[in-house]
Design a protein around this ligand. Structure first.
Ligand code: FEO
Ligand code: CA
Ligand code: CA
Ligand code: CA
Length: 664
C-alpha cells in the first residue's frame, strides 16, 4: 500500500491448502490444449526429465492428520530504532531469492544484463525481468523424479506484481508535475501483472533456473480473453475491442489463488486507481452511480496514465473500467496460453480467490472485496472436478453460482445467491441479465443485504477440516458494529473463521466464530488490546495453511513502528496454531514494507515469502527510508541515511539450518 498509489481502502463507498486432485496435470493432449495457445517445442525439451504419467500424480498435499505445532522461539518485534532487514528465528536462514528487475530466465535483449536500479526501468527490460511490488505467490511443484508425488527440488514459482511506485520506476523526483509520456506509462504497465520463474535446487540451494522455457511475464498490456456471463457484454465493449471479448492486461493483482487443476488465479484489486479524467470532462459528465460504487475519481490514485494514454481516461473510454476487477486464470504450464478473465466470479476489488475441493469433488472459491464495508463472496462451480482429465476442468470457472455472505448474530451465516431474476436482481433494479449482475456485483450484493465487513483480505482453508479462515485487516471507519465485525474504529483488525454446514463446500449456510481479535495488550484502550495468545499483531492480511495445519499470518500496516504500532513493531509474519490459538512471531521485515505471499515446497522445508514496497512512498525523496535488499538481507550493518540505493520488492527464501520443516 502507499498513501496515494495504493490507499488503505479506508474510504467507504458502500452506501488448502486444498484437498486436491489426483491427476492435476492429466494426459498430455489435454494439457497441451488446456488454454488457448500451444506448448512450444522448447518447453517439451525442458520437460524431458520426467514422465507425463508422473505429472498425473498431481497436487496431492498429503496433509498430516495431526497438528504440526510451533517448535521455534519467536523473534522480537522490530521496534524503533528499526532494523532495515529480515530477522528469522535462530536456526533459520533467509536469503534474497529474486528482486524487482532481476532476470527471470526469459530470452530477450535485456535478459542477461543487470539492471542498475539508479536508472529508469524500461518496458523492454521489464518484459524479461521480475516485476514490481510482488504480492500473492504460489509454487507449482514438478512431479518427483523417480518417485511418486511432487518434487521438492523443482517447480514454477508464480507471483503477482500488484502495483508500482512511478517515481521509483521512472526515476523521477517530480512525478506529480512531470509531463507523463507513453513510454513512462508503458514501463509501468510492464512492471504490473504476473511473473513465472522456474525454480530448481542447484548445489543444495534453491535458485532461479535461467534460462527456462517456462519463464514468463504477463503485464498490464498482455491480451486476456474474457469468458463467462460478461463476455461480449455491451458494458465491456470499447472502440479498440468492439466485441468486448479481449482485454489488454491485468492490473493491481494483490493476493492470488490457485486451482486444483494447477492453474494460477491473479486477482484484480484497486483497478479504479489507474483511471482518471480531466476536471472539465467530469464537470460536463459527472460520475455515474456505478462509477461511484467502484470508487472512480477524477485523479485516481495519482498515476496520471490517462494524460498520456486515453485507454485510462474514463470519459474517453468509460467501458474500459468494466474490463477490470476480475479474477484472471493463467496456466503456468503453458507459457503460450492466453490468460482468461473469469467473469462468473464477479467484479469487485478482488483480494484473492481461494479454492477448496469437497469430499464429493465439488469446487468452491472464497473471495473478499477489500474495501471498508464491502463483502465476502463464494463461488460454487456447477461442474465437479474431473480428477482424471485436466482439460475437462478448463472452463470450470465459467459456470456456477456466485454467493455473498450474510453473518447472523447467533453464529450462523447464509450464502445469498447473486443470480439474475432472483431476490430483486431484476430489471426493476437495473439488472437485465447475469452479465449485469457480475459487472455490477457490488450493487447486486447491496440489494441482497450482505454483511458489511472490515476489509476482507486473504483466506486460508485448513488442509483436513476445510475450516475457512478470513483476515479482516481493519476498518477505522466502522461506526455501526455487528457480531462478525464487533469493534468500532477497528484499527487492528481480526480473523474470522467458519465451517460450511454438513462439511459441504457447496452448502448455503455456515457456522462462524472469531479466531482472534488483533491488538496491543499494552494499549490503554481496552477495546484495542485484542485477545491474541502470544505475540500481538495488527492489520492481518496474508494468510496460509501449510500441509501440517500451521496457520501463517502476514501483516500490512504502516510499517514504521510508530503510533498504534510502537509496541507491535513493523510488519511481520507469524505462525499460529489453530487449535490452541497460540501466535508466535517468525519473521520481521524491513522498514515500511508489507509482508505478503507465502508458500513452501511440498515437504514444508523451503519457504518463499514476498517482501513488498520496502520504504513505501519512496518517490518524492531520494532520501530513502529503506535500502533493502541491496544493502543486505539483514539490513546495513550500521543504519545510515543512505539515499543512494533504491529499495526493491523481493522474494525471500527461508530454510532451516538442520534441513527440517519450517515452523518446527
Ligand atoms: Fe492489496 Fe487488500 O491488499
Ligand atoms: Ca500489497
Ligand atoms: Ca493484501
Ligand atoms: Ca492490505
Amino acid at each position: 500500500m502507499s498513501a496515494h498509489l495504493h490507499p488503505d481502502n479506508n474510504v467507504t463507498i458502500n452506501p488448502s491448502e486444498n484437498a486436491t486432485i489426483r491427476d492435476v496435470l492429466a494426459e498430455f493432449t489435454g494439457r497441451r490444449n488446456f488454454m488457448k495457445g500451444s506448448i512450444g517445442t522448447a518447453v517439451l525439451a525442458s520437460m524431458g526429465g520426467f514422465s507425463l504419467e508422473a505429472l498425473a500424480a498431481g497436487y496431492v498435499p498429503s496433509p498430516s492428520p495431526t497438528n504440526g505445532g510451533i517448535g521455534f522461539n519467536g523473534v522480537p518485534a522490530n521496534i524503533v530504532p528499526m532494523t532495515d532487514g529480515i530477522t528469522v528465528p535462530n536456526g533459520y536462514t533467509a536469503k534474497v531469492f529474486i528482486s524487482w528487475g532481476d532476470a527471470i530466465g526469459k530470452a530477450g535483449p535485456e535478459a542477461n544484463t543487470h539492471w542498475n536500479p539508479s536508472t529508469a526501468m524500461t518496458k523492454a527490460r521489464q518484459l524479461t525481468t521480475w516485476g514490481s511490488h510482488n504480492d500473492g505467490m504460489h509454487l507449482f511443484p514438478f512431479p518427483a523424479v523417480g518417485a511418486s508425488g511432487l518434487s521438492n527440488d523443482r517447480g514454477l514459482l508464480v507471483s503477482n506484481f500488484e502495483y508500482v511506485d512511478p517515481g521509483l520506476l521512472n526515476n523521477t523526483l517530480t512525478y506529480g508535475t512531470d509531463v507523463i509520456t507513453q513510454d513512462m506509462v508503458d514501463a509501468q504497465l510492464a512492471a504490473h501483472g504476473v511473473g513465472v520463474v522456474e525454480v530448481r535446487k542447484i548445489g543444495g540451494e534453491m535458485k532461479v533456473q535461467r534460462p527456462s522455457a517456462f519463464a514468463r511475464r504477463i503485464t498490464g498490456a498482455t491480451p486476456c480473453k474474457v469468458s463467462g456471463p460478461a463476455a461480449g457484454h455491451p458494458m465491456l465493449r470499447t472502440a479498440a475491442d468492439p466485441a468486448g471479448m479481449t482485454v489488454l492486461g491485468t492490473l493491481n493483482n494483490c493476493a492470488h489463488g490457485y486451482t486444483p487443476w494447477g492453474t494460477y488465479l491473479a486477482c484484480e484489486e484497486n483497478f479504479n486507481g489507474y483511471f482518471g479524467t480531466t476536471a472539465a470532462k467530469l464537470a460536463a459528465q459527472p460520475r455515474t452511480p456505478h462509477e461511484a460504487r467502484y470508487g472512480v475519481s477524477q485523479g485516481g490514485f495519482g498515476y496520471r496514465w490517462h494524460e498520456a494514454d486515453p485507454r485510462f481516461d474514463f470519459r474517453e473510454n468509460p467501458n474500459e473500467l468494466n474490463r477490470h476487477g476480475w479474477v484472471v486464470e493463467i496456466d503456468p504450464w503453458n507459457p503460450n496460453s492466453m490468460p482468461v478473465k473469469r467473469t462468473a466470479l464477479g467484479r469487485f476489488k478482488h483480494e484473492g480467490a481461494w479454492s477448496v475441493v469437497g469430499a464429493d469433488n465439488s469446487v468452491a472459491l472464497y473471495m473478499g472485496d477489500d474495501e471498508i464495508n464491502d463483502y465476502i463472496y463464494k463461488f460454487v462451480c456447477a461442474k465437479k472436478l474431473n480428477t482424471k482429465n485436466r482439460a475437462a476442468n478448463r472452463d470450470l470457472l465459467d459456470s456456477g453460482t456466485l454467493y455473498v455472505a450474510k453473518f447472523n448474530a447467533d453464529g450462523t451465516g447464509v450464502w445469498l445467491p447473486l443470480v439474475y431474476g432472483q431476490n430483486g436482481l431484476t430489471s426493476a433494479n437495473g439488472f437485465n441479465n447475469q452479465g449485469d449482475v457480475v459487472i455490477m456485483c457490488r450493487q447486486a450484493a447491496d440489494i441482497l443485504g450482505a454483511t458489511k465487513m472490515d476489509r476482507p483480505e486473504w483466506v486460508a482453508v485448513h488442509p483436513t477440516t476445510r475450516e475457512v479462515y478470513f483476515t479482516l485487516t481493519n476498518n477505522s471507519g466502522r461506526t455501526v458494529t455487528d457480531a462478525a465485525n464487533p469493534r468500532a474504529n477497528n484499527v487492528y483488525g481480526h480473523i474470522i473463521r467458519f465451517n460450511e454446514n454438513g462439511g459441504d463446500v457447496a452448502a448455503t449456510g455456515f457456522q462462524w466464530d472469531i479466531f482472534a481479535e488483533c491488538g496491543d495488550k499494552l494499549s490503554s484502550n481496552p477495546a484495542r488490546q485484542g485477545n491474541i495468545i502470544g505475540d500481538d499483531l495488527g492489520s492481518p492480511d496474508g494468510l496460509w495453511f501449510d500441509s501440517d495445519g500451521r496457520l501463517w499470518i502476514q501483516t500490512d500496516q504502516a510499517g514504521d513502528a510508530t503510533g498504534n504500532y510502537a509496541n507491535i513493531g513493523g510488519n511481520a509474519m507469524y505462525c499460529a496454531d489453530p487449535t490452541t490459538r497460540q501466535v508466535t512471531r517468525f519473521l520481521t521485515s524491513p522498514i515500511r514494507c508489507e509482508v505478503t505471499g507465502v508458500v513452501t515446497t511440498p515437504d514444508n522445508k523451503t519457504m518463499f515469502v514476498n517482501i513488498q514496497h520496502p520504504g513505501e512512498s519512496w518517490s518524492g525523496s531520494f532520501t530513502s527510508r529503506s535500502t533493502w535488499p541491496d544493502s543486505g538481507i539483514n539490513g546495513p550493518t550500521t543504519q545510515s541515511a543512505n539515499g543512494a540505493i533504491k529499495p526493491r520488492s523481493a522474494v525471500v527464501v527461508i530454510t532451516k539450518d538442520d534441513g527440517g520443516v519450517i515452523g518446527t
